[in-house]
Design a protein around this ligand. Structure first.
Ligand code: FMN
Length: 169
């Protein structure tokens, strides 16, 4: 069975000037928190941004975050330090799973988004921490810029049988 929200999703970096409804944002956050996590740590928190100035500020925090300037909303994914084992950095997988669930829900809601990488770049994380006055107990992981799509991108079929090893390598 083809899951459209997975197979059609592409990174969208241009957004229509139309606010994203609160119910949609909540559905996206609900999907993110539904993700699996190592030892069921659920080591995530989310900072939701809708203020133009805040999203413009994020656009300057990474050389690859310019599209934040067009975003209508943003979800900053944060790691909870007290639930993270620094010797076993599995929290990165946990937060990636949450982020991916959010991206899939965003597509299902008829919206578009792009994953903006913050962690593990120290200068990007520091900029986030300073601007949003994040306490030390959370680690900025990534930002999801989202909104109604102002661009359409065709789905790409990336299935490559040469990368699959059935039974033995
Ligand atoms: C871990 C990760 C980090 C990414 N960081 C950025 C980023 O900082 N800026 C950006 O514009 N896109 C970023 N992307 C989006 C990728 O460029 C995009 O997913 C990739 O080119 C494939 O295109 P698609 O999402 O349309 O399928 C990131 C994606 C992932 C998974």
């Amino acid at each position: 069975m083809r899951i459209d929200a997975i197979m059609n999703r592409r990174s969208i970096r241009r957004f229509a000037p139309r606010p994203v409804e609160r119910e949609k944002l909540e559905a996206i956050l609900r999907a993110a928190m539904q993700a699996p996590s190592g030892k069921n740590s659920q080591c995530w928190e989310f900072l939701v941004l809708e203020d133009r100035g805040d999203m413009d500020a994020v656009s300057t925090m990474s050389p690859y975050a310019q599209c934040a300037r067009n975003a209508q909303a943003m979800i900053v994914v944060l790691g909870q330090r007290e639930r993270i084992d620094p010797d076993v950095p599995i929290w990165i997988q946990d937060l990636s799973a949450a982020t991916m669930n959010a991206l899939t829900q965003i597509e299902a809601e008829g919206l578009g988004a792009t994953w903006l990488c913050m962690y593990p770049f120290p200068e990007r994380c520091a900029a986030m921490r300073d601007y949003f006055r994040l306490p030390d107990r959370v680690i900025p992981f990534c930002a999801i810029a989202l909104g109604y799509k102002l661009q359409e991108k065709a789905p790409e079929d990336r299935y490559d049988p040469d990368r699959v090893h059935w039974g033995a390598y």
